[in-house]
Design a protein around this ligand. Structure first.
Ligand code: ZN
Length: 252
């Protein structure tokens, strides 16, 4: 059964709904989430509710962590978004709903291991916080090699919001290098796969991103959604920075 890999939703309900509709249209019902359900976007509660009901499990992302505990080393717009998001969760008038969301956030796992594969939000060394950037294969090959030493087979990460595949040469394949947006999995090869971000893509492609894991391949998907609708919800909050809407248009 193929598994839909979603990550970095960041409170962007409009993007999440389009992704879930595509997953449904393909008849997939196994969904796992690599974290950062909330933070940045204007619909944290709705996104949490959808992930709670649709995902088999979700991981703890650095923004989920920041809302739950404390934002550390966040820039100003990310930090104020974390505080705003926390207030939205706290202001829920329905006691049971409010408690369920906080409990879900508090119980997000740091790492999942399935079938010899590793699933983390950021990296196997620092599961919540370490970025594995595409450029690292050139500028920090030792870092990438050390990360690969911790992997038996496949590793799935989010966090950078840049979809693609890392191999242990080390090398990185952005989506533009993949035929039909598909990466064929070799039998023994180690790879790190980033499905990209549902709610805040940063590869200069504004479309929502997710991926589908099949037995023999990973298929990447990009989907248009109504970005203006998100921008229109960010403005009236008065606290979420306009930049958080503008960056969606540019996919950065
Ligand atoms: Zn993120």
């Amino acid at each position: 059964m193929p598994t839909a890999l979603i990550s970095d939703i960041h409170g962007n309900l409009d993007a999440l709904e389009v992704v879930l509709a595509d997953i449904d249209a393909r008849g997939l019902d196994d969904i796992v989430c690599l974290g950062d359900i909330i933070g940045y976007g204007p619909n944290p509660c709705e996104c949490l509710d959808l992930i709670m009901s649709r995902a088999r499990w979700s991981l703890m992302g650095n923004h989920d962590f920041a809302v739950l505990y404390e934002p550390t080393s966040f820039n100003t717009s990310a930090e104020s978004a974390a505080f705003w998001t926390r207030r939205q969760l706290e202001q829920e008038p329905d006691d049971a709903k409010r408690r369920r969301r906080w409990e879900y956030l508090g119980n997000l796992s740091i790492r999942e291991d399935e079938g010899g594969h590793v699933w983390v939000h950021a990296s196997p060394r620092r599961p919540i916080n370490e970025y594995i950037f595409p450029d690292d294969v050139i500028t920090a090959p030792t870092k990438i090699n050390q990360i690969f030493e911790r992997i038996e087979r496949l590793c799935f990460v989010g966090h950078t919001h840049v979809p693609g595949v890392f191999t242990d040469e080390p090398d990185f394949y952005p989506l533009g290098d993949l035929d039909n947006l598909t990466y064929r999995l070799g039998r023994r090869e180690k790879v790190i796969i980033n499905p990209g971000s549902v709610g805040q893509p940063r590869d200069r492609d504004a479309r929502a991103a997710y991926a589908i894991l099949h037995d023999d391949r990973v298929e990447f998907v990009r989907l248009e959604y109504d970005i203006q609708a998100v921008i229109d919800k960010i403005k009236p909050t008065g606290e979420l920075s306009d930049f958080l809407g503008m960056r969606l248009l540019e996919g950065r």
